[in-house]
Design a protein around this ligand. Structure first.
Ligand SMILES: Nc1nc(O)c(N)c(N[C@@H]2O[C@H](COP(=O)(O)O)[C@@H](O)[C@H]2O)n1
Length: 156
């Protein structure tokens, strides 16, 4: 059975990047994966001044709105690096927070899909035929955590 998720208050809302699960990456604490992901768009760009504003955004919605501002210049390599940046942040989230790690592991081998009607890159889009990169990232992170846990058990 495919598991669809999207908004934080809906079933499996902890899989959303907007969920209130902070991460530490390279010495900085980010309130949500969405804050971190949106800020990374501007690393090394002439609009890097926006990074502290995204970091300080009161909500992930506000962070996303700042990061989606079409008049600002994204880093040049953004399309090349964004999926790896997302994977690192999502892995950190599920390694850090044990409660939601259990939710992820309990999904077994089910297909996970971000049911975004507006995003056919990270989600499945309105026609459900989109690339679903966030769902794929979560499934890959699930597999990696399973492997990490089995190594821990073997050497204990
Ligand atoms: N608008 C919106 N609301 C939510 O609750 C969402 N989960 C999303 N999806 C996330 O938006 C991010 C992509 O943002 P860009 O289009 O690259 O600026 C990504 O984290 C999606 O999972 N969107």
């Amino acid at each position: 059975m495919t598991i669809y998720f999207y908004k934080v208050w809906q079933p499996y809302g902890c899989f959303s990047n907007f969920s209130p699960h902070g991460i530490h990456i390279q010495g900085t604490y980010w309130p949500t994966v969405e804050h971190y992901y949106q800020a990374q768009k501007f690393v090394g760009s002439i609009d890097a001044v926006i990074i502290p504003l995204i970091h300080a955004a009161a909500t992930p919605e506000e962070a996303a709105a700042l990061g989606r501002c079409s008049t600002r210049q994204l880093r040049r390599d953004w399309d090349l690096v964004k999926t790896e940046i997302m994977r690192e942040a999502v892995l950190k989230k599920f390694i850090t927070h044990i409660d939601i790690r259990e939710v992820l592991l309990k999904t077994g081998d089910e297909i996970l899909v971000e049911n975004s009607p507006t995003d056919s890159f990270w989600g499945c889009g309105a026609n459900r035929a989109g690339l679903n990169h966030l769902g794929k990232t979560l499934m890959s992170v699930r597999e990696e955590i399973r492997n990490l846990l089995s190594l821990t058990v073997t050497y204990e």
